[in-house]
Design a protein around this ligand. Structure first.
Ligand SMILES: NC(=O)c1ccc[n+]([C@@H]2O[C@H](COP(=O)([O-])OP(=O)(O)OC[C@H]3O[C@@H](n4cnc5c(N)ncnc54)[C@H](O)[C@@H]3O)[C@@H](O)[C@H]2O)c1
Length: 324
């Protein structure tokens, strides 16, 4: 069976998801795209239909499943519309712009009694993170006690406002740290360098591990994501994120990608294929709506701590049975 997918938002991420669905995904085809900018939608629509109204795409009978890649503030309402229509949805991170909105998505899914939402925390599919998880689970490095994350962008995207370094970028580290450590953050501390960039955020987990994350939105030299997991008996970390090394102009080394698209190309592709398969098999994979809610709830509380300068005890309530 071929899954007919509609993609909402055809900017940087949406256009890449359309390309992956067309060129690199088994068992799927793009039957519709939607963008508030009609020209942008038409440019990537191919032989699919181009919409400017996302609700019209969600309700279109041709569309069996939806990818949401429009701006953060649109995610929750569109995910709710997908749930109301009973259509599976891969929603880009974050699940919502606020914890309250994210919780509404969780509550609607719990009411439905069926998991239809996957949140696009694609690092869970990145080969380097997957290998780090396997090393921890094998016991080879002993009990995990520290996780050091580095998250550097060359430059913050134009649309970044307010605390988005936390609510849009750091959410990746919240999700991947919970997943890598199989633990829940319970306490957060945050400090900012002069001018507010970079940030240093420390989380303590309910298993006693400590997670440090540098979030640097304007690091200039390139896009650089790194993680090192420290155990009692050893460490495991990512190698340089390239497959070749260059000798040039008296230097030896690798180039840094410009942004997340080349760095996480494999992760986006593997995520999309896993999502399409999971719909056929009715077996959810990846980050759930609950995971999306927890990441946004923690990010919101960390953003508050940034204002006050005080450590914050994290609170996001009980995981509903649907997500156990
Ligand atoms: N998983 C990741 O690694 C990753 C990386 C980058 C961005 N993202 C997420 O993807 C989303 C899109 O980011 P982007 O970088 O592609 O942004 P973008 O600005 O390049 O694209 C967003 C597109 O959505 C369109 N749009 C705006 N409002 C709309 C609406 N109501 N309905 C339909 N289309 C609408 C815009 O016209 C634009 O074309 C964001 O939520 C962002 O957080 C995820």
């Amino acid at each position: 069976m071929t899954l007919s997918v509609g993609v909402i938002g055809t900017g940087v991420m949406g256009a890449e998801h359309v390309r992956i669905l067309r060129e690199e995904t088994a068992g799927a085809r793009v039957v519709a795209v939607c963008d508030a900018d009609a020209g942008r939608a038409r440019a990537v629509a191919g032989d699919g239909e181009a919409f400017t109204d996302p609700l019209a795409l969600i309700h279109d009978h041709k569309v069996q499943a939806v990818v949401i890649a429009s701006p953060d503030a649109t995610h929750a309402d569109l995910a709710l519309a997908c749930l109301a229509a009973g259509k599976p949805v891969l929603c880009e991170k974050p699940l919502a712009a606020t914890a309250d909105q994210a919780l509404r998505v969780v509550q609607a899914e719990v009411q439905l009694g069926k998991r239809l939402v996957q949140v696009g925390y694609m690092r869970r599919f990145d080969p380097a993170y997957v290998e780090m998880l396997h090393v921890r689970q094998s016991g080879a490095i002993g009990e995990a006690v520290l996780l050091h994350n580095t998250h550097r962008n060359a430059a913050a995207p134009d649309w970044f406002t307010g605390a988005m370094a936390v609510t849009n970028s750091f959410v990746h580290e919240i999700d991947i740290s919970r997943w890598l450590l199989d633990a829940e953050p319970v306490l957060a501390r945050i400090s900012a360098a002069p001018g507010g960039d970079p940030l240093m955020i420390t989380l303590e987990t309910d298993r006693g591990a400590v997670v440090s994350t540098e979030v640097y939105m304007n690091a200039r030299y390139g896009y650089h994501v790194h993680a090192q997991l420290v155990g009692r008996d050893g460490t495991v970390e990512m190698a340089a994120p390239t497959v070749t090394l260059t000798n040039h102009a008296s230097q030896h080394g690798h180039a840094w990608p410009e942004n997340w698209v080349p760095r996480f190309r494999d992760a986006y592709r593997i995520q999309m294929n896993a999502w399409v398969r999971s719909i056929a098999e009715e077996r959810p994979v990846g980050a759930s709506a609950w995971d999306g809610y927890v990441a946004t709830a923690i990010a919101e509380q960390v953003a508050t701590a940034l204002q006050t300068g005080n450590p914050v005890r994290l609170d996001f309530g009980q995981r509903p049975d649907l997500y156990l």
